[in-house]
Write a protein that binds this ligand. Structure first.
Ligand SMILES: Nc1ncnc2c1ncn2[C@@H]1O[C@H](COP(=O)(O)OP(=O)(O)OP(=O)(O)O)[C@@H](O)[C@H]1O
Length: 335
């Protein structure tokens, strides 16, 4: 659906070239929710703005919905933008227009009659759960409601791709959850491809299928969220995951120093998450364990658990093998 082949982007500012994105290869598949995570300045917005042609690559080939963007003229680009909707951190609603007029606006711009545009906007209002707010102005809405209007407006032209630019960063945790749920529903019911950029790994964990991690313009890691989140390889990714787990790594290191035994990290996914394995392996092998940290949650709809144990007793290797045989990912952590 979206393919970056050696795409890079530099800006020239005050006579100097600044690299925002180093050459990268990336494929975003039709119908998936793809997350791009990175700190401020990593190049996330640049990457997103390349997809809808708001920025032009400095080199490489970018293909969106089967079309190489460098072959499109003005009309081609405008047609592409109708197939690529976008929502924003600060919603970007028109303050002088009502909710229904905001949603109908892209259709009116495209020359659709007022009656038809309003009929379509009304359907979208229902989809995002804002029927009761139809004639209000943006200033009369909460942040979550404004973002729902943003989503409805982005869907007005029936795009195939929805770009989300830090869409939940201005929202409280509960509202964030409800907007992410809305995006998840849209992805499933309409089959829309969603690309979202965020600085929060937790947003990625909740809705994305795959993720790419950007660090200072470099794509440092990418893959299925369950892989990248549970087994991060790059230091930047590990920091994002630790932040989302709310782990104070220094304090955890101090705690671990005082505990006896070898350290084992167990990662359970799917069915294994709900089995009483710890007790069983402990009984069968005679090992003892202290739980140093743990979390049970979901990655999108996949249940997972991750536990760090300090293990004492003579049969560490046998116990590790029993866990592995039960489908648990086992990793010994060096002290
Ligand atoms: N129009 C521009 N002109 C010059 N430099 C730019 C321009 N837009 C972005 N940059 C630079 O490119 C780099 C990447 O910026 P970008 O906005 O893509 O990062 P980001 O990850 O989205 O950051 P943030 O989360 O803060 O928005 C930064 O160093 C930024 O200063």
């Amino acid at each position: 659906m979206i393919r970056f082949e050696g795409v890079h982007k530099s800006y020239s500012a005050a006579g100097r070239e600044a690299v925002a994105l180093h050459p990268l290869d990336l494929e975003i598949r039709a119908g998936e929710v793809f997350g791009i995570v990175g700190h401020s300045g990593a190049g996330k917005s640049t990457l997103l703005r390349l997809i809808n042609g708001l920025e032009t690559p400095s080199g490489g080939v970018l293909t969106v919905d089967g079309q190489r963007l460098d072959t499109l003229d003005g009309d081609g680009l405008r047609a592409l933008r109708r197939r690529v909707g976008m929502i924003f951190q600060h919603f970007n609603l028109l303050s002088a227009k009502t909710v229904i007029d905001n949603i109908a606006f892209p259709l009116r711009l495209a020359g659709v009659s007022k009656a038809k545009a309003h009929a379509r906007a009304q359907e979208l209002l229902v989809r995002v759960g804002l029927e009761a707010h139809r004639d209000k102005y943006p200033a009369q809405l909460s942040g979550g409601q404004k973002q729902r209007v943003g989503v409805a407006r982005a869907l007005a032209t029936e795009p195939k791709i929805l770009l989300c630019d830090e869409a939940t960063s201005a929202l409280d945790p509960q509202t964030t959850a409800s907007v992410l749920q809305l995006l998840d529903g849209i992805n499933r019911e309409l089959g829309l491809t969603i690309v979202l950029i965020t600085h929060e790994m937790d947003v990625v964990r909740r809705v994305c299928d795959r993720v790419a991690v950007l660090d200072a313009g470099h794509l440092v890691e990418s893959g299925p969220v369950s892989e990248v989140f549970l087994h991060p390889q790059h230091a930047t990714t590990r920091r994002f995951v630790a932040e989302s787990d709310d782990v104070d790594e220094a304090a955890q290191h101090d705690d671990i120093a005082h505990v006896e035994g070898r350290l084992l990290r167990l990662t359970f996914t799917g069915e294994a998450t709900w089995q009483p394995l710890l007790g069983r392996v402990s009984r069968e092998t005679g090992i003892d364990y202290t739980i140093l940290s743990g979390r049970i949650d979901r990655i999108k709809r996949l249940p997972y658990g991750q536990l760090t144990l300090a293990v004492t007793g003579d049969h560490f290797d046998t116990a590790a093998q029993r866990f592995a045989d039960a489908g648990v990912h086992v990793e010994e952590i060096a002290r």
